[in-house]
Design a protein around this ligand. Structure first.
Ligand code: AMP
Length: 116
C-alpha cells in the first residue's frame, strides 16, 4: 500500500522539504511538536522499524547520519532528539518508517513521554 509519505516522495502531494538524497527525504512535520520538527523518511517503503531486515542495515545507518546533517543544516545540532514510534500502540500513525528530528527547544530531562 502506498503511504502518504511515498506520495510526498513522488511529489504527488506537497511538503516543506528540507533535505533529499538518493535514499531519503526529509520534510517539516505538519503538526510540529518543537520549533524544528523534521521527518526523515527512507525512500524505500518499510512500514515499521520492526519490519527492517538485515539488508537494511546500511539504510538505517544512513538515516541517522542524514539526521545529523539536517540538524547541522537547520542549526539545532547542539541539542536535538530523535524519536521513532513503532506500531500503533507506540503512537505510530503513518506506516512508513520515519525518524522525528526535534529541536529548537529544551526537552525535559527524562521527559521522553512528553516529547511527542
Ligand atoms: P507518527 O505518529 O510517529 O507515525 O508520525 C507521523 C507524523 O507525520 C505526525 O507527526 C504527523 O503530524 C505527520 N504528518 C502526517 N501527514 C503529514 C504530511 N502530509 N506532511 C507532513 N507531516 C505529516
Amino acid at each position: 500500500m502506498t503511504s502518504i509519505f511515498s506520495k510526498i516522495i513522488k511529489r504527488e502531494i506537497p511538503a516543506d522539504i528540507v533535505y533529499e538524497d538518493d535514499l531519503c527525504l526529509a520534510f517539516r512535520d505538519i503538526h510540529p511538536q518543537a520549533p524544528t520538527h523534521i521527518l526523515v523518511v527512507p525512500k524505500k517503503e518499510i512500514p515499521r522499524l520492526s519490519d527492517a531486515a538485515e539488508a537494511d542495515q546500511a539504510l538505517l545507518g544512513h538515516l541517522l547520519l542524514a539526521t545529523n546533517k539536517i540538524a547541522r543544516q537547520l542549526g539545532v545540532d547542539d541539542a536535538f532528539r530523535v524519536v521513532i514510534s513503532n506500531g500503533a500502540n507506540a503512537g505510530q500513525t503513518v506506516f512508513h518508517l520515519h525518524l522525528h528530528l526535534l529541536g529548537g527547544r529544551r526537552f525535559r530531562e527524562g521527559g521522553l513521554a512528553r516529547s511527542l
